[in-house]
Design a protein around this ligand. Structure first.
Ligand code: PRP
Ligand code: MG
Length: 178
């Protein structure tokens, strides 16, 4: 079943207390990738979720850096374009930027204006949702270029931080931790 397949992904997610700072319980997605079969099935689960959406999806958007692990693989399976959102200063040509708060300080996301068509229906993917600031910034960039954000997807949601309340689009998470 889908639940059993998700449980096999969850079993491989690492937990590290007090990383990168005291008090933070870090969830590590990389051990999933050491198991080729489970990693492939994780991509299948994400892809199947997109295929089951009632709105057809024109492109997958992935977030620098760990969203780049999932987004291109999903886009290839779905045979649709992949669009990168990057940390500022990495993309050439005409771009727009959106700054967001981190626990300490801030960061800026950037997208090429030519990456998206008006009314293009996109799904945004990242590895993890914590405070939601990262996903919100990405969704705001896509919306300001006229895209329709059909859904935001993450493998892991840290529910106690209530990040989903910040995200200006429907949010799907495969695995939840309090
Ligand atoms: C991590 C994670 C998410 C984000 C979630 O990215 O990959 O993108 O934090 O946090 P938030 O919901 O509180 O905004 P980070 O920028 O730390 O590193 P990365 O470049 O390795 O993806
Ligand atoms: Mg990230």
């Amino acid at each position: 079943s889908v639940e059993e397949r998700i449980a096999r992904v969850e079993e491989l997610i690492g937990t590290h207390s007090d990383f990168p700072k005291p008090g933070i319980n870090f969830k590590d997605i990389f051990p999933v990738m050491k198991n080729a079969e489970v990693f492939q099935d994780c991509i299948s689960l994400l892809t199947e979720h997109v295929e089951h959406l009632t709105t057809p999806v024109d492109a997958i958007v992935g977030l620098d850096a760990r969203g780049f692990i999932f987004g291109p693989l999903m886009a290839q399976r779905l045979n649709i374009p992949f669009i990168p959102v990057r940390k500022a200063g990495k993309l050439p040509g005409e771009t727009i930027k959106y700054s967001y708060q981190l626990e300490y300080g801030s960061d800026t996301f950037e997208i090429q204006k030519s990456a998206v068509h008006c009314r293009q229906r996109v799904v945004i993917v990242d590895d993890l949702l914590a405070t939601g600031g990262t996903m919100k910034a990405a969704a705001m960039l896509l919306k300001s270029l006229g895209a329709e954000v059909v859904e935001c997807m993450v493998v892991i949601e840290l529910t106690s931080l209530k990040g989903r309340d910040k995200v200006p689009a429907p949010l799907y998470s495969m695995i939840q931790y309090h």
